[in-house]
Design a protein around this ligand. Structure first.
Ligand SMILES: CC(C)(COP(=O)(O)OP(=O)(O)OC[C@H]1O[C@@H](n2cnc3c(N)ncnc32)[C@H](O)[C@@H]1OP(=O)(O)O)[C@@H](O)C(=O)NCCC(=O)NCCS
Length: 183
């Protein structure tokens, strides 16, 4: 089993938000931001595992404030948790506007990435060497995210098995919908 320091794969990537990234409202498309973050997650996880990796899941993407054309968007990413074949990459995204000299934190999120060999088989990834309290707290947060993600999958699987229509109608009636089932 090999172990690597977080600092060996930690990255910071900055990109100018150009007009072609904008939506009809003049702000940067959420999908553009997700694509940039996905690429950063790839770089970070492939550096840690020294391997080809794929995106498995994304947790906690919440856009706290819009990203403007002209902003310098910086994504700071590091592997916060390692499992057997997966790594959780934690990301902080911030924007800097050079004219107004303002800096905004726009979102934080977690990408789970899996290492695969050339035949598509999952591969073991190196563990993490934790060297300070901040890294330990982040590792623990990553552990919680993995547990939460497992519980979420169990809830989805349980819900998929729900066949009692009246139970579903009762539950959904409490929400904002009108149930008008056709025969
Ligand atoms: C995600 C994937 C690797 C899971 O494969 P699997 O054989 O069902 O995996 P297992 O249940 O044995 O789990 C393997 C690992 O994935 C993790 N995992 C599986 N599903 C997951 C999910 N929905 N969210 C987070 N982690 C997940 C498991 O916790 C496990 O982690 P560990 O090895 O670090 O403990 C597989 O479904 C896959 O390759 N998906 C496509 C990924 C891809 O191509 N992404 C690019 C999109 S274009």
């Amino acid at each position: 089993m090999t172990y690597r320091k977080i600092s060996e794969s930690e990255i910071s990537y900055t990109e100018l938000m150009i007009p072609s990234y904008a939506n009809f409202g003049g702000k940067v498309h959420g999908g553009i931001l997700l694509s940039i973050m996905d690429k950063v997650a790839y770089v970070c996880a492939s550096k840690h595992s020294d391997n080809y990796v794929v995106t498995v899941a994304v947790e906690g993407v919440e856009f706290l404030s819009p990203v403007e054309v002209g902003d310098l968007l910086t994504v700071n990413a590091r592997v916060v948790f390692t499992g057997n074949t997966t790594m959780i990459v934690g990301m902080d995204v911030e924007c800097y506007h050079t004219q107004t000299k303002t800096r905004r934190h726009t979102n934080s999120c977690f990408f789970t990435m899996a290492a695969k060999d050339q035949s598509g088989q999952l591969m073991q990834v190196p563990g993490l060497i934790i060297t300070n309290k901040e890294e330990l707290l982040q590792f623990n947060e990553g552990r919680h995210i993995r547990e939460m993600s497992k519980r979420k999958r169990i809830v989805f699987e349980e819900n998929e098995g729900t066949t009692n229509l009246q139970e579903i109608i009762d539950a959904c009636s409490a929400e904002k919908c009108r149930i008008e089932l056709q025969a």
